[in-house]
Design a protein around this ligand. Sequence first.
Ligand code: NAD
Length: 302
Amino acid sequence: MWSPGGKCPILCAMASQAQVIDGKALAEKIRRETGDLLARARAEGRVVRVAVVSATDDAAARMYVARQCADFAAAGIEALVRELPGAATEAEVVAAVEGLNRDGEVTGIVLALPLPDGIDVRRVQERIRPAKDIEGVHPRNLGLTALGRLRAGPSTAQAVIEAIDATGIDVRGKEAVIVGRSQIVGKPVALMLIERRATVTVCHTATRDLAGHARRAEILVAAAGRPEIITGDMVREGAVVIDVGINRVTLPDGTRRTVGDVRFEAARARASWITPVPGGVGPVTVAVLLRSAVSAALEAER
Ligand code: NAD
């Protein structure tokens, strides 16, 4: 496996197989950066405290939030949950968000999804104070992403760029194809790659010839949420392949597995670099969120 900071000479010699971008090692590097930022925040006497707004009765969703808080805590960041019932109304969720906006001791807000049926997620996201929006989902922060501020964008999109940067390739002038046009992945990744002067194509469910577009990609970002939709023959020789997809599938023998949007082994035989699932973009996204939490605290007005 490749790890950030050094290239593996053995894998480099095997021209026919892509090097695997080790998301866990990359996440470690970002966590170290976060540790340095946290030390600075403490030296400046700043509070670093994240509040996760959660409105669910679902045990698995609550467990996910608890795990997220544990991730913050493990990084030395205080985290608390503002827990609402699964029957909460939009007004109640907005009130919780606005209370946290006003709370001078809270420097970052995370809105746990999904929200109860009938609540407009975007409308709630718009109420988060942009300076506390560590997930990068507020329209202002998406706007800043469009204007070239990488660190303002959604964590997953930042993680994709981190993974591409870790390969050391120069994005400028490259053909980049993104599969997916969501607000948290596809669109911001497209904006970030345009900023870096790649030539960007965004594919989605209305795209007529996905395979044709994908085959042109020197950088291929798969974020469709469709298990192994990118087959080996859709990968250009030497491409950098970033797989964002997280799909739970049931195998013929009944066992459950997590796979990406890319057929890994087939793509690996043609690509130059590739992220695995799991262990690729996922851990990098978590690390980016931690870093954003500390950055927000450092930039908070006092
Ligand atoms: P989404 O459902 O909001 O968007 C999916 C996009 O893919 C849509 O724009 C849709 O047009 C496009 N799409 C779907 N099927 C397609 C097809 N057959 N051909 C072409 N385009 C197609 O999903 P999302 O929130 O952007 O997430 C995408 C995937 O990334 C999911 O698997 C999700 O679980 C995963 N994800 C991973 C992380 C991480 O940290 N690794 C974070 C967020 C999301």
